[in-house]
Design a protein around this ligand. Structure first.
Ligand code: ADP
Ligand code: MG
Ligand code: MG
Ligand code: MG
Ligand code: MG
Ligand code: MG
Length: 649
C-alpha cells in the first residue's frame, strides 16, 4: 500500500494542522529531486510484480472457511528468514492493509533480458512455498481479490465483534478493527483519519445481482448490527452496502512497476498505458461477491474507490464550499486525470483540479505545465497520516513529505520519481489488475503488460484517446461480464505516430480527436480485427523483431494464449467462473446469497486449482511455461553474462 514510515502517529486534528507544512515541504522535496534527476539517462528496463495474498483457514469438520488474522506473525518469520539466509533474498515480504494479507515481491527486480520473463512464475511459486511452510493444517494462502464473505458474522479467525461506536477505527457494523494489520500503526491511523476527515463513515454501495428470489427492493435492516441510523441512511436500495476501508483496501491486487530509461520515456509509457488500464481490469475481473452477496459488477475498483473516499460533503459537491478548498471530482483512490507527455496534451479533456499556488511554484522552477499540473493535482489532498518523528525534514535529502501525499493518491497508474540516494531510475506502476487464482495466470498478466510496454516503445504505438473516455471505460470494465460483452473506446489507428501538429503546440488537432477512436470489444482490442492489429499480435510482432530465444518464446506463448482466449471469451474470467460456481451450487437459492457452505466449497475448489490438484478448463488450459528450474543452461548462462556486464558497468 505504498510507503511505510515508522513512528508515532499524530491525531487527526494534529495531522490536519500540519497539512500545509507537509504540502509545502513535499513540493520542495519534489523540486529538489527533480533538479537532480531530470536529466538522468540510460537506465535499463527493470521490472517487478507485487502479488497480494490472503491467508485463510479451513475448518473441514464444520465446513467453514475464514480469513486468518496471522500476518504479523508470518511476516516476522519470513523477514527473519531473509535476514538469516546468507544469499540475497529471492522474495521480499511486505505488510498490507489487512491482518489477513501479505504482499510478496521478487527479491530484486527482473532485468531487461527476455529470459527473465521465465523467472516471474517460478518466483511466484516460491512465494507460495515459503509461506506454505509456515502454515498449520487447514491454513492456506489464496491469491483471490476479495474474500466472498468478508464482513459477514465470524468471517475472521479468531473471530471478533465489530465496534460500530466512534471509539473504533472504522466504526463499522461489519469489519472489526482486529482485521486491520496491527504491527504498524499506519493502517489503523489511515482508517480512522479517512473517517474523521470525511466527518462520516465511508459508504460503499455496489449494485446487487438480482436473481429471481432476491428480496425486492433489496434493503437490509441494519439496526440489527447496532446501526444508529447513519448506515441505514447511506445504504442504497438494491445495493450491497459496506462501511469500512477494509472492504476495499482489504482486497488483493496484482501490480507491476517498471523502470524507464529516462523521465521522458516514463511519461510516455504512463500515458500510453492509461487506455490499457480498463481493458486489463475487465480482462482480470475477479470479484463478483461482497459481504456474502452476488454483486452485479465483476471488479473491486469501485469498492476501493468508495472505501477510502475521505472527501467532505463540501468537496463532493453536496454542500457549498465554505471550509474546504476544492470541489473534487474523485476519491483519492481512482483513475488518473491527466496525461503527462506532450503527445497526450490534446487528449487531456478533464477539468483538472489542482492547487494553483503549488502549480505556480513548480512552473517557476522551470518544470513544464503538464508535470506541474500533475503534481499540483496530487497535492490537493491533505496528508491522511503523519508521524511525529517525520514532521521536520531536510528537504534536499528527504522525500517523506512528498511520498506522504504521492503514496496516498492511489491511482490506476503511478509515476514514480527515483528515490533519493539510490541508483533507481524513473518508474511507472501499473495498478488496475485483479489478482488471479494461479501463479501461471498472474505471471501471464504481468508478462503481457511488460511486453506491451516493449511493443509501445519499439513500434512507437499510439494508444491515446481522450482521458474522459478512459474514465468511461473504467465504468464499463467493472460491469458484469464486461470482458465478453463490454464495448470500450479505443484508438482506431495505433500504428501512426502523432503528426507533428498534434505533438507540438496544438494547432486545431484537438477538434479532430473524436475521429480517432471508436467502440471495440476486448476481443477486438486484444486479438485484432480486419482494420485493427490487436495487442497480442503486436506483442508477437515484437518477439519476432527481437528474435526472442525459443525457450522464452515457448513460455510467453502460453501466457499470450491465456490472454488471447480470455479476451475471445473461450476462457472465462475469474469473476464469471465464480458466478457460475455459485449459481450452480446445490445450496444456492437464487436469492443472491453466498452462504458459508458455498463459500467453503468455492475456496476449497480454488485451492485445488491454484495448487494444480484440479484442472479448471473453463479458466485455463494445461500449460507448459518453462520456469527457473527448467530453463536450459544456455539461457541461464546468457543471463549470468549479462548480469556480470550490468553490475560491472
Ligand atoms: P509499492 O508498494 O510502492 O508499489 P513495492 O516495493 O511493493 O512498491 O513494489 C515495487 C516493485 O517494483 C517490486 O516488484 C520491485 O521488484 C520492483 N522494482 C524495484 N526496483 C525497481 C526498479 N529499479 N525498476 C523497476 N522495478 C523495480
Ligand atoms: Mg500492496
Ligand atoms: Mg507494494
Ligand atoms: Mg510498498
Ligand atoms: Mg504497488
Ligand atoms: Mg486523480
Amino acid at each position: 500500500m505504498g510507503l511505510l514510515s515508522e513512528g508515532s502517529p499524530l491525531s487527526w486534528e494534529e495531522t490536519k494542522s500540519y497539512a500545509d507544512h507537509v504540502r509545502k515541504h513535499g513540493v520542495k522535496q519534489f523540486i529538489n529531486q527533480y533538479r537532480k534527476l531530470k536529466d538522468r539517462q540510460k537506465d535499463v528496463l527493470y521490472w517487478g510484480d507485487e502479488v497480494e495474498y490472503m491467508l485463510i483457514r479451513f475448518d473441514h469438520e464444520k465446513e467453514v472457511v475464514q480469513l486468518l488474522l496471522k500476518s504479523t506473525e508470518l511476516l516476522s518469520s519470513l523477514q527473519k528468514q531473509n535476514l538469516e539466509s546468507k544469499a540475497n533474498a529471492q522474495i521480499l515480504w511486505h505488510p498490507e492493509y489487512a491482518q489477513y494479507m501479505v504482499e510478496g515481491t521478487p527479491g530484486s527486480p527482473f532485468g531487461c533480458l527476455m529470459a527473465h520473463l521465465n523467472l516471474v512464475e517460478a518466483n511466484m511459486k516460491l512465494r507460495r512455498e515459503s509461506i506454505g511452510k509456515l502454515l498449520k493444517t487447514g491454513e492456506r494462502i489464496a491469491s483471490i481479490t476479495a474474500f466472498p464473505r468478508v464482513g459477514c458474522p465470524n468471517f475472521t479467525y479468531p473471530s471478533y465483534k465489530p465496534n460500530p461506536t466512534p471509539s473504533g477505527c472504522s466504526s463499522s457494523l461489519f469489519f472489526p478493527d482486529e482485521a486491520i494489520h496491527s504491527s504498524h500503526p499506519r493502517f489503523k491511523t489511515l482508517t480512522r483519519n479517512v473517517r474523521l476527515r470525511r466527518k462520516e463513515k465511508v459508504a460503499i454501495n455496489i449494485p446487487i445481482f438480482k436473481d429471481k428470489n432476491t428480496m425486492s427492493p433489496f434493503l437490509e435492516d441494519l439496526s440489527i448490527y447496532g446501526d444508529n441510523g447513519e448506515s441505514q441512511n447511506a445504504a442504497k436500495p438494491d445495493h450491497i452496502y459496506m462501511d469500512a476501508m477494509g472492504f476495499g483496501m482489504g482486497c488483493c491486487c496484482l501490480q507491476l512497476t517498471f523502470q524507464a530509461c529516462n523521465i521522458g520515456e516514463a511519461r510516455l509509457l504512463y500515458d500510453h498505458l492509461a487506455p490499457i488500464c480498463p481493458i486489463m481490469m475487465a480482462l482480470s475481473a475477479a470479484t463478483p461477491i461482497y459481504r456474502g452477496y452476488l454483486a452485479d459488477t465483476d471488479c473491486r475498483w469501485s469498492v476501493i474507490v468508495q472505501s477510502v473516499d475521505d472527501r467532505t460533503r463540501e468537496e463532493r459537491g453536496l454542500e457549498p464550499l465554505k471550509h474546504d478548498r476544492f470541489l473534487i471530482n474523485k476519491s483519492r483512490y481512482d483513475s488518473i486525470d491527466s496525461y503527462l507527455s506532450e503527445e497526450g496534451r490534446c487528449y487531456n479533456d478533464l477539468q483538472l483540479v489542482y492547487d494553483k499556488e503549488i502549480y505556480e511554484e513548480l512552473m517557476a522552477e522551470g518544470i513544464d505545465d503538464l508535470l506541474s499540473q500533475h503534481i499540483a493535482h496530487l497535492f490537493i489532498r491533505d496528508p491522511i497520516s503523519l508521524f511525529e518523528e517525520k514532521i521536520n525534514q531536510n528537504d534536499s535529502t528527504d522525500t517523506d513529505h512528498f511520498e506522504n501525499i504521492q503514496s496516498t493518491n492511489w491511482q490506476s497508474l503511478r509515476f514514480k520519481p527515483p528515490p533519493p540516494g539510490s541508483n533507481i531510475g524513473w518508474r511507472v506502476e501499473f495498478r488496475p489488475m485483479e489478482i488471479q487464482l494461479s501463479d501461471f495466470e498472474n505471471a501471464a498478466y504481468v508478462v503481457f503488460i511488460v511486453l506491451v510496454t516493449r511493443a509501445i516503445l519499439t513500434f512507437k504505438l499510439n494508444l491515446l484517446i481522450p482521458i474522459s473516455k478512459v474514465d468511461e471505460n473504467m465504468v464499463t470494465a467493472q460491469q458484469n461480464n464486461a470482458a465478453r460483452l463490454g464495448k470500450f473506446y479505443f484508438r482506431k489507428d495505433i500504428l501512426t505516430v502523432n503528426s507533428p501538429p498534434e505533438a507540438a503546440e496544438c494547432v486545431g488537432c484537438c477538434e479532430r480527436i473524436d475521429e480517432k477512436y471508436t467502440l471495440m470489444t476486448i476481443n477486438e482490442i486484444i486479438n485484432g480485427k480486419e482494420d485493427f492489429p490487436g495487442l497480442v499480435p503486436m506483442v508477437n510482432k515484437y518477439l519476432d523483431y527481437i528474435e526472442c530465444d525459443v525457450d522464452t518464446r515457448c513460455t510467453v506463448l502460453q501466457y499470450l494464449k491465456l490472454i488471447s482466449k480470455r479476451a475471445s471469451g473461450e476462457l472465462l474470467t475469474m469473476a464469471q467462473w465464480t458466478r457460475q460456481f455459485v449459481t450452480n451450487h446445490e445450496d444456492y437459492k437464487n436469492d443472491s446469497v453466498v452462504s458459508d457452505k458455498i463459500n467453503y466449497d468455492f475456496l476449497m475448489e480454488c485451492d485445488k486449482i491454484a495448487y494444480g490438484e484440479h484442472d479448471c478448463p473453463q479458466l485455463f488450459f494445461k500449460y507448459h511455461s518453462r520456469t527457473r528450474d527448467n530453463i536450459p543452461a544456455a539461457v541461464s548462462k546468457a543471463e549470468a553474462n549479462l548480469n556480470r556486464k550490468i553490475y560491472a558497468s
